[in-house]
Design a protein around this ligand. Structure first.
Ligand code: ADP
Ligand code: MG
Length: 210
């Protein structure tokens, strides 16, 4: 495995898409081959799974079904997109990965981690873990406000969840950061965009030297 695997995490509206744009510009400047992708929906099959997951009409979806669908998308994405790229030496930057599942289905939906989500994701990813994860944190309410402010279309099935759900997700992310200090770089999503980007680039420098 030669490429570097970077993931970006955080609640809706934390600034993931914004920061990924900066990272791809940085990698371009450095002439590093990269692939920018996302979950759910990293390939054609994943896009169909994404539609199922985010369609507000699917309000009856059970938490377990939701977890299996995210994991199915991830299995497809890892095998078909992420691993082939990394093996070729291409860096992969992924908007959401296993940490999203632990925060949203673990903390948010309160599904078991040890007995369910961790084994499920180990199967889905074949044990692949990011080299580094950038976690952007804002309060749930602020993130949602940013999302509603900027988008024209109506909120998706996850965004429609009540605020308590989104607060549990944020707590879940904070717990993950505390448990994985080596891998997860926590960034204050309320800082200016350029300041956050500077910190991300600094953290990527050691990987450039390898
Ligand atoms: N650090 C920041 N400070 C203030 N606003 C931000 C910041 N980062 C992103 N935004 C704005 O918040 C909104 C959501 O950002 P986005 O990158 O789409 O978040 P995400 O992909 O995490 O949902 C956008 O309008 C974006 O311009
Ligand atoms: Mg986004």
């Amino acid at each position: 495995m030669k490429g570097v695997f970077i993931t970006i995490e955080g609640p809706d509206g934390a600034g993931k898409t914004t920061q990924i744009q900066g990272v791809t510009a940085f990698l371009q400047e450095k002439n590093i081959p990269f692939l920018s992708t996302r979950e759910p929906g990293g390939d054609a099959i994943g896009t169909k799974i994404r539609e199922l997951l985010l369609d507000p009409a699917n309000g009856d979806m059970t938490p377990k079904t939701e977890a299996f669908l995210y994991a199915a998308d991830r299995a497809q994405h890892v095998e078909q997109v992420i691993l082939p790229a990394l093996r070729k030496g291409v860096w992969v930057i992924c908007d959401r990965f296993v940490d999203s599942q632990l925060a949203y289905q673990g903390a948010g939906r309160q599904l078991g981690q040890e007995d369910f989500l961790l084994p499920l994701n180990k199967l889905a990813t074949d044990g692949l873990e990011p080299d580094v994860t950038f976690l952007l944190l804002v309060e749930a309410e602020e993130g949602l406000a940013r999302v509603t402010e900027t988008r024209g279309d109506s909120p998706d099935r996850m965004e429609r969840e009540k605020i308590e759900f989104h607060e549990r997700v944020c707590d879940g992310y904070r717990a993950l950061a505390a448990e994985n200090p080596e891998r997860i770089v926590t960034l204050n999503g309320r800082n200016p965009i350029e300041e956050i980007q500077r910190e991300i680039r600094n953290r990527l420098k050691p990987f450039l030297e390898k």
